[in-house]
Each structure stands twice: as C-alpha cells, then as structure tokens.
Design a protein around this ligand. Sequence first.
Ligand code: HEM
Ligand SMILES: *[C@@H]1O[C@H](CO)[C@@H](O)[C@H](O)[C@H]1NC(C)=O
Ligand SMILES: *[C@@H]1O[C@H](CO)[C@@H](O)[C@H](O)[C@H]1NC(C)=O
Ligand SMILES: *[C@@H]1O[C@H](CO)[C@@H](O)[C@H](O)[C@H]1NC(C)=O
Ligand SMILES: *[C@@H]1O[C@H](CO)[C@@H](O)[C@H](O)[C@H]1NC(C)=O
Ligand SMILES: *[C@@H]1O[C@H](CO)[C@@H](O)[C@H](O)[C@H]1NC(C)=O
Length: 322
Amino acid sequence: MRLQIPTLLTLLTTAVPLTLAQSRPNDTTICDFYTTALLKDNTAANQLKLLTLIVNTVVIGNYTTPNVGIAVPGILAPGKFNGTEVNLAPFFDGALFSTNDGKSEGSAVNFLDGGGAKPLMENKAADDDKKDSRQYNLLTHLYEFFGSLLGCSQQGMDDYPAYNGVASMYEVHKFMNLDAFQIGYFIQQVALSAASFGVAKEDLEVVGAALDKLFNKRCSPATVVIPSAGPQLESMCIASSCPLDPMAACGLYDKEGTGTPPKVANASLAGNTSSTASASATGTASATASKPTTTTPTGGAAVERVGSFAAVAGAVLLAFAL
Ligand code: HEM
Ligand SMILES: *[C@@H]1O[C@H](CO)[C@@H](O)[C@H](O)[C@H]1NC(C)=O
Ligand SMILES: *[C@@H]1O[C@H](CO)[C@@H](O)[C@H](O)[C@H]1NC(C)=O
Ligand SMILES: *[C@@H]1O[C@H](CO)[C@@H](O)[C@H](O)[C@H]1NC(C)=O
Ligand SMILES: *[C@@H]1O[C@H](CO)[C@@H](O)[C@H](O)[C@H]1NC(C)=O
Ligand SMILES: *[C@@H]1O[C@H](CO)[C@@H](O)[C@H](O)[C@H]1NC(C)=O
C-alpha cells in the first residue's frame, strides 16, 4: 500500500519522469529495443537478463539501481486497484487451494520455496541449490512467457529457452477464480516495473492493453499467445464479476466460464477470511476493465490477428507495431 495509483489508465496517462530518449522503431520489438538500450548487446543472455529484471521487480517490487524514480510495490504486497483492496500473496504462499496440479480441484502450493525474495534480489529465480523448487519453475516460466509476449528475437537458444510451461493461461489459473481487480493489479505491477526501467509510455500502453484484452475478460475464444502452442483458452478472469469478452464463447470453458472461489488451506496465511481469501470484489459492481485505445483488428479468430501482425511486424503479439 505504499503506492496507490488508482487504475492502469491513470498510470498510463501520468507522465513518466524519465524514459529512454528515442522512441522505438516500429520494426523493433519491445524486448529487442530495451535490451539494446539498457544492456547494449542484443543477445539471448541479455534478453533473459532484461526479462529477469522486469519479472523479479513485478514479483517483489523495485530492488535494483538505477531506477527512474518509480516505486513498484510488487504483486506480493497488498494494494488497491481502482479503489478495491487486492491481496495476491495467498495465491503464492500456499494459503489457498488454488493451484492447478492436474486434479479436479485446486491444490495448496507454496511458490516461495526457492529462497523467497532473497535470490530474486540477486537477479535469480531461486537459490542455486533450489532448481527443483516450484519457485524456480514459476519464475523461469514467467521469464520465458513474457519474453515471448514482448518479442525477444533471440529466445529459443540455449541461453534463453522458449516458453516451457502450460500454454493455456485459463488452465493454469482456473482454480484461482481471479477477478478484474486482481488481474488489473497484476497488470499494473507489470506496467510499473517496466516503467521503472525507463520503458516509454506508448510501449506500456501496448503491453497493458494487450494483457487486459487477452487475459482479463471472461469466456474469450481460443487465442494464440504462444505461437508454437496454437490457439488456447486464455481467459484468466473467471469470477462472476468479470467483464464478458465481446466474442464470448463460454461453452468452451468449464462450468460456462464461471469460477468457484478457492477454499482456504491455511487461515493465518490467508488472513483469516471466512471461506475465501480472494473475494475482494465480491458483491461490488462488475469491473469494466480499461478499454484499450489502441487500434486492434476487428473480429475473427486470434490466429488471424497474430498472423497479420506477424506479417506486418515480423514479431509476435506485444511485439507488434502498434
Ligand atoms: C496478465 C496477468 C497474468 C499473466 C500473463 C500470468 C502468467 C502466468 C504464467 C505464464 C504462469 C506460469 C505457468 C506455468 O508454469 O505453466 C503463471 C503461473 C501462476 N500465476 Fe499467473 N499470470 C497473470 C496473473 C496472475 C494473477 C492475477 C495471479 C493471482 C494471484 C496469478 C497467480 C499465478 C500463480 C499462483 C501461478 C503458479 C501456478 C502453477 O504453477 O500452477 N497470476 N502465471
Ligand atoms: C512503420 O514505419 C514505416 C516507415 O516509417 C511505415 O512505412 C510503415 O507503415 C509503419 N508500419 C506500421 C505497421 O505502422
Ligand atoms: C523503489 O523506488 C523508489 C522510487 O525510486 C525508491 O524511493 C525506493 O527506495 C526503491 N526501493 C528499493 C528497495 O530500492
Ligand atoms: C500456516 O502457515 C503458517 C505460516 O507459514 C505456518 O507456520 C503453519 O504451520 C501453517 N499451518 C498449517 C496447518 O499448515
Ligand atoms: C487467524 O487464524 C489464526 C490461526 O488459524 C488464529 O490463531 C488467529 O486467532 C486468527 N486471527 C483472527 C484475527 O481471527
Ligand atoms: C473503476 O471504478 C469505476 C467506478 O466504480 C468504474 O466506473 C470503472 O469502470 C472502474 N475501472 C476499472 C478499470 O476497473
């Protein structure tokens, strides 16, 4: 609660104090542009380093110097999104039966089992002797996933493998019953983290709008996010309050795309809420998440979208030239 920026829109329309001087050419991906700007050589190792810095900052808040003077609370810190209290920590520390481990209901998993924040502050995913931890697995998958979204051109090499996790973000998050405030908070932390490294406002808008459109609507049709995986169910917003995708295809999702709040596994960790720790937005007006103002291709399957963007920009999704 150190910082209370009400909405992503507010963040995006607030002047960023200092951004990298030149703007990004439309044929250079966000990943490639900022790797070069911040780390000089556009190698696979440096692209992974950039994504490690950004993702670790999303998780634990700003820890690096230099930073351009933007404080990032991080997703483990409780905060507010659009006036609604949000606390994502119980999904990561084993407080809730919210992890999809392939069973018919969620499991309680502690994802801070690789040394917690300390190795993250050393620009690692986990302690060196904890490479078999859930923490290491999650963090490396996040580096890979966001690298793919941001169009890292060198990904797929030994130094920076392609995304190796579950392709459907719906499957990964389906027992969490996330709402638009929780996902909005997460996206806001991504934007703040990128901003803290000097990413320009226009690029933050592209990323924020794409994350909102891809993951923060209920019942979205199957969509290509990781090109090699083909179209997948990607809606993470499945709480009943979530805004419906304009192209809603609820029949593709379990229970018509409506989630069930996860049960509490450890009340003291979950903050002693009665049955759900995640019911932050229950009963409040449904969240109409920020509408992207960027132009997006109309209608049609997302496969076509990615195809057309790829044709134009030679890159994927967030990397496209908007
Ligand atoms: C734009 C929003 C988000 C994106 C792009 C995203 C992306 C991802 C990705 C790529 C993974 C790794 C999956 C794997 O290892 O196979 C993951 C896992 C996870 N995410 Fe998210 N996430 C988002 C929002 C959230 C939110 C709001 C929460 C709520 C607390 C959350 C909680 C988790 C947890 C607990 C895991 C570990 C699950 C597991 O390993 O089974 N995520 N997410
Ligand atoms: C990218 O920039 C070039 C040259 O400035 C322009 O011709 C082209 O239309 C732009 N492409 C997109 C997708 O904006
Ligand atoms: C995070 O950034 C803010 C703003 O620049 C700064 O005041 C604070 O000291 C930083 N925190 C850490 C732990 O570096
Ligand atoms: C709940 O979490 C606390 C804090 O991590 C821990 O000390 C306690 O053993 C946990 N209780 C159970 C039943 O797992
Ligand atoms: C929270 O839960 C813990 C363990 O279940 C219990 O000891 C504690 O009294 C509870 N606190 C409140 C405020 O209910
Ligand atoms: C924020 O809350 C206001 C008032 O409740 C609502 O009109 C707006 O759509 C919300 N925006 C987001 C991004 O949730």
